[in-house]
Design a protein around this ligand. Structure first.
Ligand code: UDP
Length: 236
């Protein structure tokens, strides 16, 4: 069920299997960490020891993006399915709403998590979003944030601070938190708030979601520019 991609243990699961596994963590109260790296993060994993250490602390890693799927194939350990963080999040929110699990959103610009909460409350009458907090806090605010999350008895925490900040944050604070599961989900709250859009279905189907994001957010070019060379270098 797990495949080592350049030393990172990645789950070989479908989206549905990932939803079942991660929803299982709600009950366990072990503050499990879920990460959804794409090829850029995998490149950071191979080049930056602090990113590597953070990702190796995760309990469950799913491949978010066509780049990781290509790398897995090149390494002759193909993965079943891309598990996009935003898609996983959508399914988990539905499951959590049905089971009345307690959800907390951390991340995004001020107001974003609150708008996401309002949108979801309209969509699911039973959803329990018990707390939200923007992702631009100061280090001195952190103890109060951790205390609030613990006090609210959270089953599922979305940590949306961008990669690799969110992965490092979760690894650093696992010991401070008592909850079911926390997931590093990048710009997911922006999508849930409606301020960012996912690529159109045809682009997702053609594995072009990365191109859509590049067009919408051209600053990503710098981050992505080294990826082709990274992909090319990988050999079995
Ligand atoms: N963000 C945040 N705090 C920060 C930096 C970023 O909350 O200090 C948020 C930002 O507002 C955005 C998300 O993190 O909502 C990053 O989204 P992006 O799609 O860029 O994720 P990535 O591709 O970096 O995983």
């Amino acid at each position: 069920m797990t495949v080592s991609i350049l030393g990172l243990p990645v789950r070989n699961v479908t989206v549905q299997e990932a939803v079942t596994d991660v929803a299982g963590f709600f009950e366990q109260r072990e503050s499990k960490i879920v990460v959804t790296p794409n090829a850029e993060i995998l490149q950071m994993f191979t080049e930056d020891d602090t990113v590597k250490a953070a990702l190796l602390q995760a309990d469950y890693v799913v491949p978010d993006g066509v780049g990781i799927m290509i790398i897995a194939k090149k390494l002759k350990t193909p993965l079943k399915e891309k598990v996009a963080g935003v898609e996983l999040a959508g399914h988990l929110l539905q499951t959590a709403a049905e089971k009345r699990k307690r959800i907390y959103f951390l991340g995004g610009k001020p107001g974003i998590a609150e708008t996401a909460r309002k949108n979801l409350e309209k969509k699911y009458s039973s959803i329990q979003i018990v707390g939200v907090r923007d992702g631009y806090f100061k280090p001195e605010d952190e103890p109060a944030i951790l205390e609030e999350i613990n006090r609210l008895n959270v089953d599922m925490l979305f940590v949306c601070l961008g990669a690799p900040k969110q992965e490092k944050w979760m690894a650093e604070h696992k010991k401070d938190l008592k909850l079911g599961v926390m997931l590093g989900l990048g710009g997911t709250l922006d999508v849930l708030a409606g301020t960012a859009k996912r690529a159109p279905k045809w682009m997702i189907a053609c594995s072009l979601e990365w191109l859509y994001r590049l067009i919408k957010e051209p600053w990503r070019f710098k981050r992505m520019a080294h990826l082709p060379a990274f992909l090319f270098k990988i050999k079995k």
